[in-house]
Write a protein that binds this ligand. Sequence first.
Ligand code: ADP
Ligand code: MG
Ligand code: MG
Length: 915
Amino acid sequence: MAKFVYFFGEGKAEGTAKMRDILGGKGANLAEMTNLGIPVPPGFTISTEVCRIYYKTKGNYPPELKDQVEEALKRVEGVMGARFGDPSNPLLVSVRSGAPISMPGMMDTILNLGLNDETVEGLAARTNDPRFAYDCYRRFVAMYGDVVFGLKPQAKDERDPFEVILEEKKEERGVRYDHELSAEDLKEVVQAYKEEIKKRLGIEFPQDPKEQLWGAIGAVFRSWNNPRAIAYRQINEIPDDLGTAVNVQSMVFGNMGPDSGTGVVFTRNPATGENYLYGEYLMNAQGEDVVAGIRTPQPINRRQKGSSGLPSLEEEMPELYEELERYCKTLERHFRDMQDVEFTIQQRRLWILQTRTGKRTGLAAMRIAVDMVEEGLIDKEEALMRVEPDQLNQLLRPVFDQGEKKTALEEGRVLAKGLPAGPGAATGKVVFFASDAEEWAARGEEVLLVRIETSPEDIRGMNAAQGILTARGGMTSHAALVARQMGKVCVVGCEALEIDYKGRRLRVNGHVVKEGDYLSIDGTTGEVILGKIRTRPSEIIQVLIERTLRPEDSQIFQIYDRLMKWADEVRRLGVRTNADRPDQAAIALAFGAEGIGLCRTEHMFFEGDRIDAMREMIVAEDRPSREQALEKLQPMQKEDFKGIFKVMGELPVTIRTLDPPLHEFLPHTDKEIEELAGKMGISPEELKAKVRALEEANPMLGHRGCRLGIVYPEITAMQARAIFEAACEVKKEEGVEVHPEVMIPLVGNVKELEDQRAVVEEVAQEVFDRYGVEVDYKVGTMIEVPRGALTADEVARQAEFFSFGTNDLTQTTFGISRDDAGKFLRAYLEKGIWDFDPFVRLDRKGVGQLMEIAVKKGKTTRPGLKTGICGEHGGEPSSVEFCHQIGLDYVSCSPFRIPIARLAAAQAAIREKRG
Ligand code: ADP
Ligand code: MG
Ligand code: MG
């Protein structure tokens, strides 16, 4: 018989940590912890298989399920010495979701299930604490109403009906916190909740615990497909068909008086990665209270106390803290990674409710990985796998200019301080709703999302914002957790903020900030500052590029540097950069570039008054006048190349000949045309006619790329002359062997390349003769139209290297213009037609296949063919991995993405080795 239910309890579990696919992450780890002898309340896990069946059969369970659940429930009753639905000694359970991939807070959990009008009295009598019993009951009814009956607020201005009732009761009683309400108050709250359900849905709150249980199980399965879970999966690229497991677990109570509580702890600091317990707890509280930011929680230990002044667990319950620390160590050693642990204290007894790999910032990821190598927990390769390449972006992110911050402080613009939850600096216009953040950001505004607290519904808005600021909640609140994961700048628990959603403004220490006003937050210190603050480069940039900070003075740099060196030891792919200017090339070198993979020559023509000579060249009526204009351009271009060669020294420099449609260089407005006509001594009408003549219906597929050089070989010749003269001069003047690689764009037919190659070679010979020196050079092509890839065996006869121009290759393979894709991209992603934007991440199936064909065919003709990629994809981790897999020699990307490419290349090599 198929097994759908897995028991855990009393030191033994049927599952293990390896069974995440069937038990979900939470269930698998509950089982593992049970087996490790860690105190976990007993329970059972219903497998993800059931969820998939539930969806396949449109809401049915496999027939065996009912008996298996009954049996497991009996075992839990046996361990707990209580019975489900027993009026005098009721067993209460939580019903918790848990997918194979952690989706924090994305799906719904119900606590205290099993309570009804009878059992609540039994619980009150047994614990001799009616207030506690009714506190459990009101929480249960509200959660059940939200989750199972779907009474959660739908619109942004709507409030949770249960929260409204609770708030009214607190107001009526003149108290601030939930736990100040009496048993009698809470009993009335429960009554009001039930009436609200009746009023809205016309149904009675179910009193039968079994009915409650199955209602909750179904709701967990349905929550797999609620909008926020779907959104989360979309952002994090989690497949939709994994399904969730359901965990049914006997309750332990953190709301059983002042010596009970609940909390969350990270085994290391998730923001900085430093090695000490980091977490928060609330006394006399249950479940999500800590995460939801209902009250500001207390720090876990002295080290973390900081400014809040609240006593820590370490001080209040030292033995218990020690026990917690012990379990954390055990878990960290066992899982060999930083853990995020949920715990509950029931009357001074500690229970562990969940452990999972903790989300962390880029800095923390790096520090933890490097530290754990030193501690002997993991090896270097594992350390490299622990840092997501894109997370490195966070380390390069700017920080606030200290001078400006000081000024702001003096001017009284530092309004308040919250908890630093996501490092970095962010400035933006204040918005109070996630949907506004999305809308404003979509029209190009930089926004700061300010909320009392965030919830999973806000996920898209959080993603769109520069930074997130909340008034409530701690370092483990939803906002902090999500921000860490997204790598957002984030400040939480800034209690001084009085947020008025209706009025769309906030009041803070006598200032009023309205929607649309500028606000800045420092996610490293927690400061909230009025207005804009200028930013400064990150420490790594200060060390590497500005050289204003010594490596030995920056811990962050040292960690970064070690990890990067490890990456270089294992990667096979070379990493080059796309750079058009000497200063960019210098930055790239500092980041570790091993050459230039794409130097676009056209950018050079826009500087200063060069554009005039360029325009003269374009509108020239005949070859002699065109050559005259080109002669003006050549010395400038030569100087540019010399600058780049000098920076790059002996490293290869790939220079692409002119690529864009000439029309792009021409003036368009009447005023511009008049001015240029004046300079050229022709009439504006003449010039206008010329401009019109150059206009194309579809410039992307028009007269561009090698087609320019084929029609006007003198352009290619001029560029080749500039390249080789520069190379010879640098060699003569500096004694440096430079390695230019001339790259002909947009080749689809070997004869195009043959034609252009002849021009280049002729010029090279002429220059070498003239200078009396030779330089080693190559001629190759960009593969960026499908025909070039498909006939690569022929093309390779003329090409010493291929460089995949995957921006154009994606456009030409899909038949889509990148500049127009915005109109339908979103619809394509939402409908799941595309899983990702192919202009960001390489489409392996289509574009990638062409690349593979090209590499294979190219090498049949020329085994030593050098291959690389110079499209935007060269700095995107998944694309880098693909380039490794098809055996390219290098990737080339923008300077700031080089560290990402180095790490991604290392990971690709490690993954390949691991098989
Ligand atoms: P999530 O996946 O959103 O973290 P959980 O299933 O972990 O949801 O539960 C939400 C909260 O309820 C957590 O704080 C958890 O510790 C608490 N909780 C869940 N089950 C129990 C239980 N059996 N006893 C006490 N607290 C519980
Ligand atoms: Mg949890
Ligand atoms: Mg191109």
